[in-house]
Design a protein around this ligand. Structure first.
Ligand SMILES: Nc1ncnc2c1ncn2[C@@H]1O[C@H](COP(=O)(O)OP(=O)(O)OP(=O)(O)O)[C@@H](O)[C@H]1O
Ligand SMILES: [Mg+2]
Length: 386
């Protein structure tokens, strides 16, 4: 086994193109996270990889074995692909004990030696379910059921493990536990994986690389650090937590918002001759609240704002402000601002500030623009592989 390659994969239902000439590679032992909004084609892509769905075009190969080739008419059935699958709904057989559920992939593939040598027990131990082998799924908690499903997905040492939002049905605390367990198993066993989610924190925590999908295509394919620091488009930035958006226009003396406030883009300013209208994106954590403009740190952009709502969040308050016709969210430190925010700050005239180094700038086409600081350039191919 070496690299898994998806080339120009396409799948339509009727006149709707769901997967659109998708290219994706998964290196041996790599954990790729497929991230995107509902309906963008994540599950359909996984089902094509597993052989549960017949694509309309393109190729899928595992190492030098061609699993699907529209032109060459290859289409290897699911049970001959050696793929493990873990679903959101656990999908355990209710009439089988945990032992038989985990053993199922070995039986289907007639891996008798693995069955005899204790592979089922080892897989159960791996996910701390060794004591549950003689129970039925109905006698397990949701977290235990999903751990059994993980054991079943890994027991046959598959070439590729596919996860379709496996943590979404678990409550917040269990979700973190099972996520950590999957991460540790991958560190130890180094299986190749594609993990589907629409949760950015899951994606950052687990992925060696993130494949961010939009309308059946990849928008960016890069390491979590790269995606976090340099989202390649406005779409990616919005999806990975840069929810604040400001539209700017170039004036003779620099950049201004629609309401006329000056913005210093510093190194992030587009090269001359580039766009004259840009979109700026910021994370809530990078936008700071002040009662007076003079309180803002030197060198940052300062904007007059009006408080819309505030919510207590423990160490911080979540605050919504209006800056001209843009609504922005930020987190204000409770120790600094808690007293006056709790006293009812709606309608208060305030200031917000940010550093240009925390902002990302996108052109009218939604792509990251070429900036003055050369190392932040992302241009050309929308799919940067780092
Ligand atoms: N068998 C089918 N017949 C017709 N349309 C389908 C079929 N399966 C999926 N679709 C459509 O294809 C689109 C993509 O579906 P898919 O399940 O791949 O999305 P997804 O990215 O996994 O979304 P979610 O995050 O909601 O699970 C959706 O609009 C869906 O309605
Ligand atoms: Mg899905």
């Amino acid at each position: 086994m070496s690299q898994i390659r998806v080339h120009q994969l396409s799948k339509s239902y009727g006149s709707n193109t769901i997967v659109d000439e998708l290219d994706l590679t998964i290196d041996e032992g790599e954990f790729v996270v497929l991230l995107g909004p509902s309906g963008c084609g994540k599950t359909t892509t996984l089902r094509c990889l597993a052989g549960l769905e017949r694509p309309d075009g393109g190729t899928i190969s595992f190492g030098d074995r061609v699993m699907y080739d529209a032109a060459g008419r290859a289409d290897v059935p699911t049970h001959k692909r050696n793929v493990g699958m873990i679903f959101q709904s656990y999908a355990l057989w209710p009439h089988m004990k945990v032992r038989d559920n985990i053993a199922y992939p070995l039986k289907v593939r007639r891996q008798r030696e693995a069955l005899r040598s204790g592979a089922v027990e080892r897989a159960a131990e791996m996910v701390d379910c060794g004591a549950l082998l003689d129970r039925y799924p109905s006698q397990l908690s949701g977290g235990q059921q999903q751990r059994v499903a993980v054991a079943r997905g890994l027991v046959s040492e598959p070439d590729l493990v596919l996860f379709d939002e496996p943590l979404s049905n678990l409550d917040a605390r269990l979700r973190d536990q099972v996520r950590t367990q999957i991460h540790q198993l991958h560190q130890r066993l180094r299986f190749s994986a594609v993990f589907v989610t629409h949760d950015q924190s899951e994606a950052f925590a687990l992925g060696d690389r993130l494949a961010i999908m939009k309308d059946g295509k990849l928008e960016q394919f890069a390491t979590p650090q790269r995606v976090f620091e340099e989202p390649s488009s406005d779409y990616v930035a919005a999806f990975i937590g840069m929810g604040n958006r400001l539209d700017l226009v170039r004036h003779a003396d620099g950049w201004r918002t629609g309401s006329g406030a000056a913005i210093d883009l510093g190194d992030r300013s587009p090269v001359r001759g580039g766009a004259d209208e840009v979109t700026l994106r910021l994370r809530s954590a990078d936008l700071h609240l002040h009662r007076a403009a003079a309180d803002a740190p030197a060198g940052s952009s300062v904007l007059p704002a009006t408080v819309v709502t505030t919510e207590f969040g423990g160490r911080h308050h979540d605050v919504l402000v209006d800056v001209g016709d843009a609504r922005l969210s930020l987190q204000a430190d409770t120790r600094e601002h808690g007293a006056w925010l709790s006293a009812g700050a709606e309608g208060a005239e305030v200031f917000v500030s940010f550093r240009s180094s925390d902002a990302r700038v996108f052109g009218p086409d939604g792509r990251a623009v070429e900036a003055l600081g050369s190392q932040v350039t992302i241009s050309g191919s929308p799919v940067g592989t780092l």
